[in-house]
Design a protein around this ligand. Sequence first.
Ligand code: AHG
Ligand code: MN
Ligand code: MN
Ligand code: MN
Length: 332
Amino acid sequence: QHDKLALPVGTTLDRFIMRKQEDFPYATGELSQLLRDIALAAKIVNREINRSGLIDIAGAYGNRNVQGEDQQKLDVIANIRFIRALRNGGEVCTIISEEDEEVIQTGNVQGKYIVAIDPLDGSSNIDVNVSIGTIFSIYRRVSPTGAEGTMADCLQSGTHQVAAGYVIYGSSTMMVYTTGNGVNGFTYEPSLGEFFLSHPNIQSPKSGNVYSVNEGSSVSFSPGMAAYVAYCKEQGYSARYIGSLVADFHRNLLKGGIYIYPSTQKSPKGKLRLMYECNPLAFIVEQAGGKASNGYMRTMEIEPLDMHDRCPLFIGSVDLVSQAEEFMAREL
Ligand code: AHG
Ligand code: MN
Ligand code: MN
Ligand code: MN
C-alpha cells in the first residue's frame, strides 16, 4: 500500500522534493537544492542529446579518459554541464567523475556534500540513438566545512550514501532516485520543462525471467558464471542486453531480471566502477526490494581504495541475484 505521504501521480519533482523534505525534521534544504541542481543539469543534457545528430556534438572527442576509453563528445559535454550545475548550486564541495582522473574541487568549501557521477553511461550507444543515462551518488562530507573535500570524504562505502539516482534518456526521459525512503520515478515533459511523478514508490519484482550479460565475454567466464548462464538458458529466460547499464537496469528494476557484469579476461575486476555505477544502483535496487553484490558480498559494503575502483556487479531481483551467488559460491 502507498505510504501515508503518497502524493498524487503528476506531482512535479520540485513539489515532491519539498514535500518529502518534511520527512527529515533536521533537513535544512541543502539536499533538496542539490537534487534540483541535478535535475536542472539533466534537462540541459537531455536537450543536447536530442540534438546531437543535428549539431556537431556526435562522435569521438579525440581524447582518452582515465578509464582508457575514447571519450565521446557527449561524455565531455555532459561532464561539463553536471559539474557546472553542481558548482553553481553551491551545495557540493567535491566531485568524483568517471571523466576526470582527479577529484574536482568546486570551490564551495561550505558545501556539505560529495557527488560521484557517471555523466554519460552507455557512451557506445550515443551515435546510434539507443538509450543512455547519467548515474549519481551523494554522500555527506565527513571533514569539517570551510576547506576542500578530502579523500576520506570521497572514499566512503556505499552504505554511507544519503541519496542516489539515475537519469535515463530513452523513449522518454526519466529521473529515478532514492534518499533512503523508497524509490520514485519522474518522467520529463519537455514542452513544460518539468519532471512529473510517474512511478511512485517503485517495488522491484522479487523474481523474473530476464538476464542481461554480454555473452561475447563468455569464453573467459569463471566456472560459476558459466554455470549460472547455462542455468538461465535451461530455465528459458530471455536474454536482454542493451549495452547501456542504466537502460538494462531500469528495465529489470520495473519488470524483474538480473544484470551481470562479471570478471572477464579483459576486465578481471569487471568493467563497472564502484563509486558512480555500482553503488548508486545498488542503493536504488535495495530500496526497491532488490539485491546487489559482486557475486560474493553486498556491493554497498565494499570499501573503496581508489575513486575509479572497478568491481563485478550482480544486480536486480533478489531471488535471481541470490541464485547467481549460489553458483558463484560453488566454484570457491
Ligand atoms: P560508460 O559508457 O559510462 O563507460 O559505461 C558503459 C558500461 C555500461 O553502460 C554497459 O552496460 C557496459 O559498459 C557495456 O560494456 P560491454 O560493451 O563490455 O558489454
Ligand atoms: Mn565511459
Ligand atoms: Mn557507465
Ligand atoms: Mn560514462
